[in-house]
Design a protein around this ligand. Structure first.
Ligand code: NAD
Length: 496
């Protein structure tokens, strides 16, 4: 049960103008430039953030490097780092409502989801990596007897992290927590439309005992602060979540600067495949709806292509449409809203542009398609379903990142695999079948980093999330994420 009284109090609290957090203290932009933070709930100005650029990035990277070299964090025994990270997890939990409501006011996610996915998941992530880091051992190689080959993992140094506006706290934590646990110092650049919770997180990290300068947050535009971070010659590793368009640029920036390692978590066009032998078609319909419309479709692993076997296509689609039309779109801070607001006016325009393009391409609109609640000033859109979609259409190829479902019929297993793989992406997928052999064949043949069987979208911190093909490289979550933030070092010791 949501604490609606607390939400009501928090949702009108004034949000102070925000500065960067560099070296453990607020730092204003040298040139005084700021950006308005618009709330997607009503389009009003919530507060302002500093519009950082290369000067602020230079300062933050220098401070991060200095903190790394002072070794107060990087050489702290893992059990000490664990204490700080677990304390931070506790503080996030204590401030869960404050963080969730602030995040919703900033980015529009429905509160029921935001509470779990943002502070809930971020706290779990800091606890997981804090608890893990004093249990990760090095290796001894099987060398000849006159030698000891020690293989250790050491922190890489300064990690730059650039994150998107959907689930900023969760995705930020997926990068910051393993990077800090491994002993690195971090410079984080949040998305310009979702910076507030990450600034607050940096304050809580200081309160938890993280030494000053180890976690720095520089806000501002991607084309300025983000680009400066990606081009910086003293950043050792860049961890990114966002679009493929920007991901490509980051690789160019790395090539044009110091060849820093660039890890990309990008978008998807994920297929959710329903066979007639699915154990529970009603559950499949419910998951298909939830899998695309939660957070207004602004989820990287959204099941945005629903592939339905031709024998059950019409009946299954009817169930999906019925459930979709029962969803309530409304104020994301209202506990009764199933879908909140789209993050920005630009994203809403983009979504509506895809509706027009689908119609031009010959897809058939069977639900939604419009902006709603315009009188609130907020950016709301109906959950939208197109049928008769084929793999050539833009809505079957491009990531919309909005509440738009493309329904595509298929004939048999081979056809389903062909359609499922017919995009440049490979992030997530779903398969609904009661046939164990078929489930394994689909898991084997579909190009995706995560495949859900008889469910859609479940996960926790123990398993990696990462894409194949143009959905990215590297992984967030699980112990595997530590690989990105550590360097393998060999000591070849002659003992003869
Ligand atoms: P985006 O690529 O537009 O922006 C992401 C971040 O990059 C922002 O902080 C932005 O300021 C910054 N940026 C923009 N231009 C830049 C530049 N030239 N140099 C450096 N930084 C720059 O993405 P978005 O619209 O914020 O987020 C949505 C995208 O993120 C979708 O494609 C979605 O699928 C993807 N995503 C992926 C995952 C995953 O785990 N694979 C998770 C969530 C979101």
């Amino acid at each position: 049960m949501l604490n609606t009284e607390l939400i009501a109090t928090l949702k009108t609290a004034e949000v102070a103008p925000q500065a960067h957090i560099i070296g453990g203290r607020p730092v204003a932009n040298r040139d005084g430039q700021v950006l308005d933070v618009l709330s997607p709930r009503d389009g009003g100005v919530l507060t302002i953030i500093a519009a950082g650029g290369s000067e602020e990035i230079d300062l933050a990277v220098a401070v991060a490097r200095q903190s790394f070299e002072q070794r107060s964090w990087s050489a702290m025994p893992p059990a000490g780092r664990k204490r700080v990270l677990v304390r931070l997890a506790e503080l996030i939990e204590t401030h869960a409502y404050e963080l969730a409501v602030l995040g919703v006011r900033d980015n529009g996610t429905e509160i029921s989801m935001a509470l779990k996915a943002e502070p809930g998941s971020a706290a779990g992530t800091f606890r997981y990596y804090g608890e893990a880091i004093d249990k990760v051992y090095g290796e001894i190689a099987p060398t000849a007897a006159n030698v000891i080959g020690l293989i250790n993992r050491s922190p890489v140094g300064v990690v730059g992290a650039i994150v998107p506006w959907n689930f900023p706290l969760m995705i930020g934590a997926w990068k910051i927590a393993p990077a800090l646990a491994a002993g690195n110092s971090v410079v984080l650049k949040p998305a310009e439309t979702a910076s507030l919770t990450l600034l607050r997180l940096a304050e809580l990290a200081l309160e938890a005992g993280l030494p000053e300068g180890v976690l720095n947050v520089v806000t501002g535009r991607g084309t300025e602060a983000g680009k400066a971070l990606a081009l910086h010659r003293d950043v050792d590793v860049l961890a990114f979540t966002g679009s493929g368009v920007v991901g490509r640029k980051l690789m160019e920036y790395s090539a044009a600067s110091n060849l820093k390692a660039v890890y990309l978590e990008l978008g998807g066009k994920s297929p959710n495949v329903v066979f007639p032998d699915a154990p529970d078609l009603d559950a499949a319909a419910a998951a298909a709806v939830n899998g695309i419309f939660r957070n207004s479709g602004q989820v990287c692993v959204s099941g945005s292509r629903l592939l339905v076997h031709q024998h059950i296509h019409d009946e299954f689609l009817a169930r999906v449409v019925e459930r979709t039309e029962a969803l309530t779109v409304g104020d994301p801070l209202d506990a009764g809203s199933d879908m909140g607001a789209v993050n920005s006016a630009e994203q809403l325009d983009k979504n509506l542009g895809y509706v027009a393009s689908a119609q031009e391409d010959g897809a058939v609109l069977c639900s939604g398609g419009n902006r709603v609640l315009e009188e609130t000033g907020g950016y709301f859109m109906e959950p939208t379903i197109f049928r008769a979609v084929n793999t050539e259409m833009r809505i079957a190829q491009e990531e919309v990142f909005g509440p738009l479902l493309s329904v595509i019929p298929f004939q048999d297993e081979a056809d389903a695999i062909r359609i499922a793989n017919a995009t440049p992406y490979g992030l997530a997928a779903g398969v609904w079948t009661g046939d164990l052999g078929r489930a394994h064949r689909m898991v084997d043949r579909i190009d995706a980093g995560v495949i859900h069987v008889n469910c859609y979208g479940g996960s926790d911190i123990t398993v990696p999330l990462g894409g194949l093909k143009q959905s990215g490289n590297g992984h967030d979550k699980s112990l595997h994420a530590l690989e990105k933030y550590t360097a393998l070092k060999t000591a070849w010791i002659n003992i003869s």
